[in-house]
Design a protein around this ligand. Structure first.
Ligand code: IMP
Ligand code: MG
Length: 182
C-alpha cells in the first residue's frame, strides 16, 4: 500500500510502504480477542505484555477480550539500536504479579528469531502458571515454531517493520499502521 501524505508527515521520513493499515490491524486484533476469550472459559487470566513493543497491541487486545483478566508487563532488551537480535536478552523489569495458578498469555509484538521469547518462556514456566501461551501480533516465521505460540495475528514479510508499537531506534512506535522501513 502506498503511504498517504499524512502518514508520511507522521513518520517524518524513510518508510517504503504500508504493510498493515489501521483498519486491517483493528479487524485482526478483534479476532484475536475473540480467540483468547474462547480459549479460556474459566480460571484467572493474566496478559503479560513485553515492553515496549507490545504497548499499543496490548491496549487494543485487552479491550477485545470479553472476560475478567489482569494486565502486567515485562521489559526485556535484546536489540538496542540494531536491526538484528543479539540473542543476549536482559530482563530490565520483572512482573510484580504472582503467576502461580494463572493462565498466562504473553503478549508480544513480533517474533523474529524467537530468541527473546524462548528465553522468557523458560523463565516464566518456572513460576508455575496454570498454563502458558503466547499471543504474537506478527510472526516472521523464520524461527522453528514455538509450541507456546497459540495465537498469531499475521505472518509477515522478512522486512524490518515499524509502527503500532514497533520501533527502529525508538522511533515510529506511535504510527497507527505497520510499515516497512526504507
Ligand atoms: P527475536 O528475539 O529475534 O524474536 O526478536 C524479537 C524482538 O525484536 C521483538 O519483540 C521486537 O521488539 C524486535 N523486532 C524483531 N523484528 C522486528 C522488526 O521487524 N521491527 C521492529 N522490531 C523488531
Ligand atoms: Mg524493539
Amino acid at each position: 500500500m502506498p503511504l498517504s501524505s499524512s502518514a508520511q508527515r507522521q513518520a517524518g521520513s524513510a518508510l517504503r510502504r504500508v504493510v498493515f493499515d489501521a483498519e486491517t490491524l483493528a479487524r485482526r486484533v478483534a479476532g484475536l480477542g475473540a480467540e483468547v476469550t474462547a480459549a479460556y472459559p474459566a480460571g484467572d487470566l493474566l496478559l503479560l505484555g513485553l515492553l515496549k513493543g507490545s504497548f499499543i497491541f496490548m491496549a487494543d487486545l485487552a479491550r477485545a477480550i470479553e472476560r475478567p483478566l489482569e494486565v502486567d508487563f515485562m521489559v526485556a532488551s535484546s536489540y538496542g539500536r540494531d536491526k538484528q537480535s543479539s540473542g543476549n536478552v536482559r530482563l530490565l523489569y520483572d512482573p510484580s504479579i504472582d503467576l502461580a495458578g494463572k493462565h498466562v498469555v504473553v503478549v508480544e509484538d513480533i517474533i523474529d528469531t524467537g530468541r527473546t521469547l524462548q528465553r522468557l518462556l523458560t523463565l516464566l514456566a518456572a513460576r508455575e502458571p496454570a498454563s502458558l501461551a503466547v499471543c504474537a501480533l506478527l510472526d516472521k516465521r523464520l524461527a522453528p515454531p514455538i509450541p507456546e505460540v497459540r495465537f498469531t495475528g499475521f505472518t509477515c514479510p522478512e522486512a524490518f517493520l515499524v509502527g503500532y508499537g514497533l520501533d527502529y531506534a525508538e522511533r515510529y512506535r506511535h504510527l497507527p499502521f505497520i510499515a516497512e522501513l526504507a
